[in-house]
Design a protein around this ligand. Structure first.
Ligand SMILES: NC(=O)c1ccc[n+]([C@@H]2O[C@H](COP(=O)([O-])OP(=O)(O)OC[C@H]3O[C@@H](n4cnc5c(N)ncnc54)[C@H](OP(=O)(O)O)[C@@H]3O)[C@@H](O)[C@H]2O)c1
Length: 254
């Protein structure tokens, strides 16, 4: 039985689902690296919360849209890990960072579409590619998908399509990384009360009621409903789960 402390890297760990996942992963006994885009203060609070659990944590700035910055980022993380653990490698990569776009098809601009492709697909693809040489075998990758990859809601054509691409990409990653025993799964939340999309599910009473009325368990999701599932996938108990899309939506629109 391996006793080495495993390391997970969670993108977008400063707020919402990434924050909750990072803390739940730490509760499972892993050390955690989080990234943030601009919210250093919130990221530092998450680091402190994780350290209070007795785990190691550090936060780095990363724009997952900026593929050209990834080599330098992977080097920074590797240098830090080598100094502190003797190895440059991580065990789990959680591709969580993301932003919303609610826009009817006639109004979507090329810039908005490019943004969604860059954040939700290209960034996930290349960040994973860059970390592959620095991931331990037997580890895992968790890509955040969405209920919107399965059902359609007006205004989410671009975002939902990117998340559908993530579902399929996760299967391809699972296929190609299987020989290294790296498990790859997509976790697909339903509508969750976070800052996402201007906090729409949390703050807009009508949006929240619509979600609740169309969810078997009768309410919108909370970050706490999601992080534990991501954390479970970073444990030995989940070692036989790969190539799956795991929807965590309380039964939304089925
Ligand atoms: N909330 C939902 O209803 C829902 C449902 C299904 C799927 N999801 C997916 O779950 C993931 C997390 O969503 P959330 O609800 O936790 O969102 P959130 O509360 O808005 O948090 C977004 C996180 O991503 C980071 N981020 C945003 N843009 C980034 C970029 N370009 N580069 C790097 N980091 C970036 C933010 O960093 P800063 O704090 O520095 O800004 C923050 O940590 C996303 O992939 C989202 O698509 C969310």
């Amino acid at each position: 039985m391996e006793t080495r402390t495993k390391i997970a890297l969670v993108t977008g760990g400063s707020r919402g689902l990434g924050k909750n996942s990072a803390i739940k992963i730490a509760q499972k006994g892993l050390d955690v690296i989080i990234t943030y885009k601009s919210n250093k203060e919130e990221a530092d609070k998450v680091v402190e919360e994780i350290k209070a659990l007795g785990r190691k944590a550090i936060a780095y700035q990363l724009d997952t849209k900026d593929v050209k910055s990834f080599d330098a980022f992977v080097k920074t993380v590797g240098d830090h890990l080598e100094e502190n653990t003797g190895s440059r490698n991580i065990d789990f990569l959680v591709n969580n960072a993301g932003t919303a776009l609610y826009m009817p098809i006639p109004d979507v601009t090329e810039e908005q579409l490019d943004d969604m492709v860059d954040i939700h697909f290209k960034g996930v693809f290349f960040l994973t590619q860059k970390f592959l040489p620095f991931m331990n075998d037997n580890g895992g990758i968790i890509n955040l998908s969405s209920g919107l990859a399965r059902f359609a809601m007006p205004g989410s054509s671009v975002y939902g399509s990117m998340k559908a691409a993530i579902d399929q990409l996760s299967k391809y990653m699972a296929k190609e990384l299987g020989p290294r025993k790296i498990k790859v799964n997509a976790v697909a939340p339903g509508a969750i009360e976070t800052d996402f999309g201007g906090g729409r599910t949390r703050d807009d009473k009508n949006a929240n009621a619509m979600v609740s009325n169309n969810t078997a368990l009768g309410r919108a999701g909370l970050p706490d409903d999601i992080g534990g599932v991501v954390a479970f996938l970073c444990t030995e108990d989940a070692r036989w789960i790969t190539a799956q899309r795991i929807e965590v939506s309380g039964g939304m629109f089925f």
